[in-house]
Design a protein around this ligand. Structure first.
Ligand code: NAD
Length: 497
C-alpha cells in the first residue's frame, strides 16, 4: 500500500478525501513510493483561512516568545537533520551528503532570521519639529504564500519561511508535488518547537493550488522559486491580484576561464559545479567559456576527473544520483542529440553510464559537450541536468560578451589570477551573483540571493535584509505630546519649525 502524503493545515494533517492525487517517485529505484494530495480551490480556502485566523495571534506575540520558538526549531533541526536528509534523498535522489548540505544552507537562513529583533528595529528621531518626534515600525504583512521547486525541497522553503515567521507573518507553503515530504517534516518540527497551530501550513498541489493562492484575497505576498516561464506568470498574476511578489526563475550559469587560471582548480570546480546534484541546481555551472589556448588542456583535465565519478543510488555513497523523473531524464538526454546535430563534439555521453543502482532508476551520467555552437538550443536552453558544455573564445571581451548575451542572469564565475580582470568582471557581468575563483557563488544568509534578467522577477531578493523588508511594511509615526504653547488653528501644510 502506497503512503498517502496529506496537507498540514491548522497544526495537523488534513485530508478532505476529495483531492486528486499525484505520484511521488523514488528516483533511484524508478518506482512510485507515495501519492500526494493535489489541492483544489476548496482546500486552498481551508489552508488560507487557517493561516489568516492564526495570523493576528502570532503577529501580536512578543518578540521574545517568537524568538524562543524559532530557536527551539533551530535546535531540533540541528539535532535531527539526518532524518530530513534521508527523506530528501528518497524523493529527490540527490546523494545523502548533498541533501545534508542543502539543510545546512537552509539552517543558515534560520540562524540569520534569529537576528530579527535587531534587523526589524525601527528608527527614532527626536524633536523633528519643536516638541515633535518621529519613529518607524516594521510590521508583518499577513499571510505569506511560498511556492517552491523540486530541486531543493528543504533549502528553498527555508530561504523564506524563517524570515516570514520571525517577522510575524503566517505562511502557506506549496512545495513541489515531486518531493513533498520534506515540507511536512518541517511542519511537524515547527509544531514540536511550539509554533501555534495555523501559523505554518503546507498545501500540496500543482497548478490548481498555485492559481488558487495567486487569486486568493487572503494571501498578501507570494515568494516563488522555479522555472522562468512559471516565474514570469507568477509575477504577473500575483501583481495583478495586488500581492507583493518575488519570483526567482531559471538559469544558465557560465564560468569564464582566462588563460592564466590554475587549470586543476578550474577542472575541479567545473566538475563539482556542473555535476553536483546531477546538475539540478539553479546555480550549477552549465557552460565553461574557455579563453584559448586553454580549451584542449581543460577538456582533458575535466574528462579525467569525470571518469572517476560514481553515478548511483544516493544512499550508497555515490557521487551523483539520478534525475528527478523519467521524463526529465529523457528531456535532458535529448539535448545531447540536439548538441551533436548542431555540430558540438560529445566528449563524454552520460547515456552510457552504468549506475550503481536499480536498473529502472532515472539515470543519466555526467556528460561533456565541447565546441557547442551558441545558436544551438543546447546552449541557449536551461537543461537542468548533468550536461556541461564548453564554448571556446579568443579573449576576455569575447567571453564577457557571450556571458552577457544570454537571457538569464543568475550567477557567473571567472577563474583567473589576474586581479584586474576579476575586478572588471565583477563590474561588467550582468548577473545577480558573481564568483571569483568560486564556481557556485550562493551568498551567505546575511547577504541576499537572487539573479538578474530572466532569472528573477520582482525587486526583493531572497533572504538577507532584503527579505525582512519584503515580509514587513513600514509605518512612520509622528508624535506630539500635548503642549499648550503649540495649540491654535493653522490650515497650512505641516512644516517643521
Ligand atoms: P517548476 O517551475 O516546474 O515548478 C516550481 C513550482 O511551480 C512547483 O511548486 C510547481 O508545482 C509549480 N508549478 C509548476 N507548473 C506550474 C504552472 N503551470 N502554474 C503554476 N505553478 C506551477 O520548477 P521545478 O522543475 O520544480 O524546478 C526547477 C526550476 O527551478 C529550474 O528552472 C531552476 O533553475 C529553478 N530554480 C531557480 C532557483 C533560483 O533561485 N533562481 C532556485 C531553485 C530552482
Amino acid at each position: 500500500m502506497l503512503e498517502r502524503i496529506v496537507h498540514w493545515i491548522g497544526g495537523k494533517e488534513y485530508d478532505s478525501g476529495e483531492s486528486r492525487l499525484g505520484p511521488v517517485y523514488d528516483p533511484a529505484l524508478g518506482t512510485q513510493r507515495a501519492s500526494v494530495l493535489l489541492a483544489d480551490a476548496a482546500e486552498v480556502d481551508v489552508a488560507v483561512a487557517a493561516a489568516a485566523s492564526a495570523y493576528p495571534g502570532w503577529r501580536d506575540t512578543s518578540i521574545a516568545k517568537r524568538q524562543s520558538v524559532l530557536f527551539a526549531f533551530r535546535e531540533l533541526l540541528n539535532a535531527r537533520k539526518n532524518e530530513l536528509a534521508e527523506i530528501i534523498t528518497n524523493e529527490h535522489g540527490k546523494v545523502l551528503s548533498d541533501a545534508l548540505g542543502e539543510i545546512v544552507r537552509g539552517q543558515e537562513v534560520l540562524e540569520f532570521a534569529l537576528s530579527f529583533p535587531e534587523v526589524l528595529k525601527g528608527d527614532y528621531t527626536y524633536n523633528v519639529s519643536t516638541g515633535v518626534d518621529v519613529h518607524s515600525l516594521r510590521q508583518p504583512i499577513g499571510v505569506a504564500a511560498i511556492i517552491s521547486p523540486f530541486n531543493f525541497p528543504a533549502m528553498v522553503p527555508m530561504w523564506f519561511l524563517p524570515i516570514a515567521l520571525a517577522a510575524g507573518n503566517s505562511v502557506v507553503l506549496k512545495p513541489s508535488e515531486k518531493d513533498p515530504s520534506a515540507a511536512i517534516w518541517l511542519a511537524r518540527l515547527l509544531a514540536e518547537a511550539g509554533l501555534p497551530d495555523g501559523v505554518f501550513n503546507v498545501l500540496h498541489g500543482d497548478r490548481a493550488a498555485v492559481d488558487g493562492l495567486l487569486e486568493h484575497p487572503g494571501v498578501t505576498s507570494v515568494s516563488f522559486v522555479g522555472s522562468t516561464p512559471i516565474a514570469r506568470y507568477i509575477y504577473q498574476t500575483a501583481a495583478a491580484n495586488g500581492k507583493r511578489v518575488q519570483a526567482l526563475g531559471g538559469a544558465k550559469n557560465h564560468m569564464l576561464v582566462l588563460p592564466d587560471a590554475d587549470l586543476d582548480l578550474v577542472a575541479d570546480a567545473a566538475v563539482n559545479a556542473g555535476f553536483g546534484s546531477a546538475g539540478e541546481r539553479c546555480m550549477a555551472i552549465s557552460v565553461v567559456v574557455a579563453v584559448e589556448p586553454v580549451g584542449d588542456a581543460l577538456i582533458a583535465k575535466v574528462t579525467e576527473r569525470m571518469s572517476k565519478l560514481r553515478t548511483g543510488d544516493g544512499r550508497r555513497g555515490c557521487d551523483m544520483g539520478p534525475l528527478i523523473s523519467r521524463e526529465h531524464r529523457d528531456k535532458v538526454a535529448s539535448y545531447i542529440d540536439v548538441a551533436a546535430q548542431d555540430g558540438a563534439t560529445v566528449v563524454v555521453d552520460g547515456r552510457d553510464v552504468i549506475a550503481d543502482g536499480a536498473p529502472e532508476g532515472f539515470w543519466l551520467g555526467p556528460t561533456l559537450l565541447d565546441r557547442v555552437p551558441t545558436t544551438s538550443r543546447a546552449y541557449t536552453d536551461e537543461i537542468f541536468g548533468p550536461v556541461l558544455s564548453v564554448v571556446r573564445v579568443n579573449s576576455y571581451d569575447e567571453g564577457l560578451a557571450l556571458v552577457n548575451s544570454g537571457a538569464f542572469g543568475n550567477g557567473a564565475a571567472i577563474f583567473t589570477h589576474d586581479g584586474g580582470a576579476a575586478r572588471r568582471f565583477q563590474a561588467e557581468v550582468e548577473v545577480g551573483m558573481v564568483g571569483i575563483n568560486v564556481p557556485i557563488p550562493v551568498p551567505v544568509a546575511y547577504h541576499s540571493f537572487g539573479g538578474w534578467k530572466e532569472s528573477m522577477f520582482g525587486d526583493a531578493k531572497a533572504y538577507g535584509v532584503d527579505s525582512f523588508r519584503f515580509f514587513t511594511r513600514e509605518k512612520a509615526i509622528t508624535t506630539r505630546w500635548l503642549d499648550p504653547s503649540h495649540g491654535g488653528i493653522n490650515l497650512g501644510f505641516p512644516q517643521n519649525v
